[in-house]
Design a protein around this ligand. Structure first.
Ligand code: SF4
Length: 415
């Protein structure tokens, strides 16, 4: 059977963080209930297209999946189990924000079969958390972490974010050590740099000058905003040092970097995310969720009202006629793109080079029927000369220096 990952988008958050450009917003319980009705219908209808698949991973992301009633998530887990062939040892992850899940809730998630928790800490420093507009402080994270362990989670990721306003290299190192010293230690740590995205509150404060310390500080000060919201971003040099120290500190604590920003203990890599980087099929359900299935990329509408309306008007029974089913899915899916061979090669390289193990030349040949050197020989040679890329045996990977400028390197593989 073919292998599939399922992503489920829960777009609700208690409050918008100042840096966030994810598809997320606060909504009352009544709107949430309508959403879960619609989501259930989408799953029922989409499952019909997935009979030849076995599900190897499920990922509840958002938004804040733990901000809704736990019963909503339990219900979706039951719908998934009833309609998909889920592998016995499938990795089932849920994102969780401190302050939104107590012990009772975490126990329910664990009993429902969720076996991996990804906790958004972002910083262990209360001042930094305030500057990000997070709803929690460090002690709330500690309660959440302890409760997750007590509830039986043995596979926990902690998210951290570097290059925050006003953050020094030492403060970032403290955050890393804090997470490594948790008892028991988390199995996985994601460490991303803050990126100032358009449309966020931070963008209004910092503009698109997220590159260094040349911010015209005064011009970004908004009348009435808190002083601590206006601290300058670390300069590029400090940001680079933060990236290097991340690898040094985490590897000294037994974590290995397997992707540009992801670190794990042995065998604890996130298999759902590996699927994205390795070009495996995945189905995204819920508002705005993206999919890659059977050589097609598409995503769902990001329009909450439309999503509810289209699915709300549909019959709940999956025995709807095939035509109705296809129509329903095409009413919520957008930008359907059939990937041609060139697009598939680009993705193979662009995504695969995010992984520290790199891409396999023989797999490239198996997939595309042509040698990787015949297609990308010049690019590979150029990057090797610059010592940004290594070719060792069957594997082609970014060097340590190449990982530093990964966006540049990966862009070279676009036609
Ligand atoms: S909790 Fe996550 S998804 Fe929600 S607003 Fe904050 S960053 Fe965005």
């Amino acid at each position: 059977m073919n292998s599939l990952g399922i992503y489920i988008h829960i777009p609700f958050c208690i409050r918008k963080c100042l840096y966030c450009d994810f598809l997320s917003f606060p909504k009352g319980r009544a709107q949430q209930a309508l959403y879960f009705d619609a989501l259930e219908k989408e799953i029922l209808v989409a499952a019909e297209d997935c009979r030849e698949y076995e599900v190897h991973s499920v990922f509840f992301g958002g938004g804040t999946p733990t901000s809704v009633e736990p019963e909503c998530i339990v219900r979706i887990m039951n719908v998934l189990r009833d309609n998909f062939q889920i592998k016995n040892d499938a990795e089932i992850t849920m994102e969780c924000n401190p302050g939104t899940a107590d012990y009772e809730a975490l126990k329910k998630y664990r009993e429902a079969g969720i076996n991996r928790l990804s906790i958004g800490l972002q910083s262990a420093n209360d001042e930094e958390l305030k500057r990000l507009g997070r709803i929690h402080d460090r002690s709330m994270f500690e309660d959440c972490y302890k409760n997750a362990v007590k509830a039986g989670f043995e596979n926990i990721n902690v998210d951290l974010m570097s290059a925050l306003p006003g953050q020094s290299l030492e403060a970032w190192e403290d955050n890393l050590r804090y997470v490594c010293d948790l008892e028991p230690a988390p199995q996985h740590i994601s460490a991303y740099s803050l990126i100032i995205e358009e449309g966020t509150s931070f963008y209004e404060m910092y503009g698109d000058d997220s590159e260094g310390n040349s911010i015209d500080y005064a011009s970004h000060v908004q009348a009435g905003s808190r002083d601590d919201c206006r601290l300058p971003l670390p300069d590029e040099d400090t940001e680079r040092k933060m990236y290097h120290r991340t690898e040094e500190i985490l590897s000294a604590h037994g974590y290995h970097r397997y992707e540009i920003s992801n670190y794990s203990g042995n065998g604890k890599e996130c298999s759902h995310n590996l699927r994205y980087w390795q070009g495996g099929d995945y189905l995204g359900v819920g508002l705005g969720a993206a999919s890659l299935m059977k050589g097609e990329r598409f995503h769902n509408t990001s329009d909450f009202e439309r999503y509810i309306e289209v699915l709300g008007n549909a019959l709940p029974d999956k025995a709807d006629g095939d035509n109705d089913r296809v129509q329903l899915l095409s009413d919520i899916r957008e930008d359907i793109e059939k990937l041609d061979e060139k697009a598939k090669m680009e993705e193979f390289m662009f995504l695969g080079l995010r992984l520290t193990e790199g891409v396999s030349a023989s797999e490239f040949k198996d997939r595309f029927g042509i040698g990787i050197g015949e297609v990308y020989g010049d690019v590979i040679e150029d990057l090797r000369e610059k010592e940004l890329l290594e070719w060792e045996g069957d594997m082609i990977r970014l060097s340590y220096a190449g990982l530093d400028v990964s966006n540049y390197c990966m862009a070279e593989f676009l036609f």
